[in-house]
Design a protein around this ligand. Structure first.
Ligand code: NAP
Length: 348
């Protein structure tokens, strides 16, 4: 297993992060026994980074992770959770108000059976709460020793930049990470979010790195996903998000490249993410222990540079405007080299 720094922080995390959205999910997930087995396989394979959220299966995911964690040294694990989704029926029980953040964090601590959360993440942007209020609440939780680091998820690029600008002005702890949808098929974050993260020194933690299972190649030739799968259970979202002729061509290329390398498509798809130094971790979700066992290989398997490029070129992202303007005019004016990143975020 290889480890990467969580953005500009001093925290080392395994580049595979274990996702626990399946834990306790009765439709497409697993029970306590399988969840504990998944955690065991992950930790024994060198993984230290585990992601959950208060919203997963109404808190069951955090509870099951809490039980599974008891077999391990708590301090050797990096536990990440989130708040934002409704945690109850009251109008106050959602979003990023100070009241909700503090109450949600306390409830997560109880369910996880721990006295601190390593990475506390704002699960989404709250359009109705000033970011100063949310940051101050998180800063207080850090001072109280209840959370160690702050991250965001599903924020826009400008929101990331603004949040850390406000944190710098007010002397609050900044965001150290962002958790976003990123995989070989959906590369939207390359436009605004990844550059914002690089600029602000945030780690990128990728969710749905296998496009909800599609990049395993198991849906090839199928008209639709099975109802009880991660993909099928949310078909209204996932089919629209992923199923197209371009996607099919991408998957055929992935299968061909994987066969050439003697790897499973899932291993190659995960490894592709690590070819970009801006990516810190990929969150692997699983409903069976064997899936984790297969995917763990990507923890220390790096793609040859030319294979990484081949996959990147197979389904290029249409950057659109204003990037096409930049491409024509800025590069012509300053020279190509000047328009490329001059240094990596991490300085030894
Ligand atoms: N921040 C956010 O908004 C957000 C959103 C979504 C997820 N997440 C996080 O990201 C994690 C992963 O998300 P995801 O579930 O969408 O990830 P994913 O890696 O794209 O899909 C995982 C699913 O693919 C299937 N799978 C995985 N490995 C496989 C293998 N080797 N062979 C065959 N099938 C395999 C399993 O589902 P089936 O067996 O049912 O096919 C598994 O549940 C979640 O657990 C959660 O922690 C965060």
């Amino acid at each position: 297993m290889k480890y990467r720094y969580l953005g500009r922080s001093g925290l080392l995390v395994s580049r595979l992060c274990l996702g626990t959205m399946t834990f306790g999910n009765s439709q497409w997930g697993c029970d306590q026994e399988v969840s504990s087995g998944i955690v065991r396989k992950f930790v024994e394979g060198g993984g230290n980074f585990i992601d959950t959220a208060d919203g997963y299966s109404g808190g069951e995911s955090e509870k099951m992770l809490g039980v599974a964690m008891q077999d391990y040294n708590r301090d050797a694990l990096v536990i990440a959770t989130k708040c934002w989704f409704p945690s109850g029926n009251a109008v106050t029980q959602r979003g990023l108000s100070r009241k909700h953040i503090v109450e949600a964090a306390e409830a997560s601590l109880k369910r996880l059976g721990t006295d601190y959360i390593d990475l506390y993440q704002f699960h989404g942007p709250d359009p109705y709460t000033p970011i100063e209020e949310s940051l101050r609440a998180a800063d207080d939780l850090i001072s109280a020793g209840k959370i160690r680091y702050l991250g965001c998820s599903n924020f826009y690029g400008w929101q990331i930049a603004k949040t850390n600008g406000v944190a710098a002005l007010k002397n609050y702890e900044p965001l150290v990470s962002a958790q976003h949808l990123y995989n070989l098929i959906r590369r939207d974050i390359e436009r605004e979010v990844l550059p914002a993260c690089e600029d602000q020194g945030l780690a990128m933690i990728c969710w749905s790195p296998l496009a909800a299972g599609m990049l395993t190649g198991k849906y090839r030739g199928q008209a639709e996903p099975e109802a009880g799968s991660r993909h099928g259970a949310q078909a209204a979202i996932t089919v629209k998000r992923y199923w197209s002729e371009d996607t099919n061509a991408m998957i055929e290329k992935l299968v061909e490249v994987s066969a050439r390398l003697g790897k499973a498509p899932s291993q190659v798809a995960l490894s592709w993410l690590f070819g970009d130094a801006r990516v810190t971790a990929a969150i692997i979700g699983a409903k069976r222990v064997e899936q984790v066992a297969e995917n763990m290989d990507a923890g220390d398997f790096d793609l040859p540079a030319e294979v990484w490029q081949e996959l990147t070129d197979a389904m290029p992202l249409n950057m659109g405007y204003p990037y096409e303007w930049t491409d024509i005019n800025v590069n012509a004016t300053f020279g190509k080299a000047e328009a490329e990143p001059r240094h990596t975020v991490r300085i030894p």
